[in-house]
Design a protein around this ligand. Sequence first.
Ligand SMILES: [Zn+2]
Length: 89
Amino acid sequence: MRIKCPYCGERALEEFTYRGDATVKRPQSLEPEAREAWVDYVYFRDNPAGLHKEHWHHSAGCHAWLVVTRNITTHEIVAVEFASGAIAP
Ligand SMILES: [Zn+2]
């Protein structure tokens, strides 16, 4: 698998570090009522077939954090964008 970094171009997978699901949002509240949301955030992930958004770090390259939209059944990458939402140069 190869990932096309918006800064560096297409690079080998070995240059990147997988961080996890890019759709998971950290709960805002620290109140006891938010306990279930925190347990879900820390311990549970969906395992869908098909398209999935993932965080990847270009750790052996430009150190950009990326959101990669990948079909986890075929490994086809359909989109790569900066995690910050910045526009590629
Ligand atoms: Zn890069």
